[in-house]
Design a protein around this ligand. Sequence first.
Ligand SMILES: Cc1ncc(COP(=O)(O)O)c(C=O)c1O
Length: 463
Amino acid sequence: MATAVETPSVTTTLPGPRSRPLLAAQARQGYAALSDPHGEVPFVMAAKRGSIIEDVDGNTYADHVSGWGATPLGATPERVLDAVSDAHRRYGLEISNYITSPPVIALAERLLELAPAGLTRYAPSMSGTLVVEAGVRFARRATGRPIILGFLGEYHGEGTYMTAAHSTDLSEVPSGSAQFVPGLVFAPYPNRFRMPFHRGAGPFDDTLTLDYVEDWLLVHQVEPDQIAGVLIEPVLTEGGVIVPSAAFWERLEELRRRYGWLLILDEVQTGIGRCGTLFGAELHRLEPDLLLLGKGFAGGGQPIAAVLGREGVLADADGGAGGTFAWVPAACAGALANLELIATGGVLENVAELEAIGKRELAPLVERHEQVGDVRVLGAMVGIEFVTDKASITPAPAFHYAVHQSLVRRGVLGMTQWGKWIYRLHPALNMPPELFAWSCAQVCEAVAEVAAAPPAEFRVVDR
Ligand SMILES: Cc1ncc(COP(=O)(O)O)c(C=O)c1O
C-alpha cells in the first residue's frame, strides 16, 4: 500500500491571505456555529488528494479528520467515484423507497453477507443521526417497551429527539433540549481512566458502571421490564477512544438476557474498518439486535446510512426509516464499491500497521509529560487525553488546544473542538504508514513545545 508520500508544508501565517476573507464571509453568512472564533480550522480548503488537504493559500496538511469518518479511503478512490457517477448517469436521483433498482439490492446483499451473524434485514437511511433515531423506534416497536438505556459521554448526532439527549460532548444541542426528551435513562460510559465518584486516574474496574445500573438505576428510577434496549457504541469515539473491557460486555450481556433488553449498537463511527475489524462488534464478539451504520459506510461517495437488524426486530417493522434521499442508486453503488475495497483490498492490514505505529510512537508521551494523562490507540483512531497533572487528572482544554494549533502550523489537521481536552487523530484507513509516522512525530514535537510553556487553563464548564 506504500506509495511515494507527499510531506505536508505550511508556508503562510494562518489563516493565509486568501483564506482570511473567505472565512470572514462564512462567518457573516452562516449561523453562529459556523464562525470559528478560536481558529479551529484556520484555512479554506482548495482540494484534497488521498490524505493530503491543500488550502487556497497553497499550504498542505495531513488529513486526520477523514470527513469526520465519511472518507475512509481518502479523497476518493477511482472505483468509488466511477461507481457513483455511472449509477447517477443511469438512474438519476431516484427515490429508492418507492422505485428500487439493482444497486440497492446488490448493496443490501453484500452488506448483510458481511454483517455480524444474525443481522438479516436492513432499513435505509441518510445519516448517523437518523439511524440512531430509527434504531430507537425499532427497539420500542419490537419490545413494546418505552425506555432506552444510554451512556453519558456518548454522542449520537444532532437531532431533536434521541440524539439531542445524548449529545453530551460539549455539543450545544443538549443544553437546549435534553431536559425535554422523555424515555431515556443514563449510566456513565464505562471508562477505565476516569470514573465518577472517584478522584484521580484509573485503571478502574469499568463494570462499576453496571453496579450503578443494577443497584441504583433499576432500584430507584426504572423497572427493568420498561427498558426496550441499550444504546451504546462498541468504542466511545467522539468521547475520546475509550474501549470498554471484556468484563463490561460480559456483564452487560448477562443483564440484557436477564431482562430482555435489545442491544442497539451505534457503529456510525466504529463501523466499516475503523477499529481494524470490519465492525466494532467483532472486538468483543457482540451480538447486536440492531446495528447502526453511517459515515465510513458512504466511502467518500454519496451520503448513506443503514440500520441492520435481526429478523425478529425488522421483519415486521413496516416503517420507521427511509426518506427521499435514503439509498439513492448512486449512493448505493459508491457504498458497495467502498465495502469491497475495505473488505478485500488489504485495507484492514494497513489499519493494523497504523495502530502499531500509533502505539509505538505516541504511548510514550504519557511517561514524558505531566500533562499527557492517557494515550489510547485502536485501529485508525487515536485519543490523547490532556490533564493539568497526573494526580488530579483535571481536564486541560487550553493545553490541548495549543497542541492542536501547533499541529496545524506543522501541517497536521486532527479532530478537536474548543473546550475539549482529548485530541484525536482519525486518518484514512489507507493512509500511507510513512505519512502517519511523520504525523505522530509532529504530535510528539507539538506536545513538547507546549509543555515547555503551558498555557493558563480554563474550566470546561466556564468555557
Ligand atoms: C457515534 C455517532 N453516532 C451518530 C453520529 C451522527 O452522525 P451524523 O453526523 O451523520 O448525523 C455521529 C457523528 O459524529 C457519531 O459519531
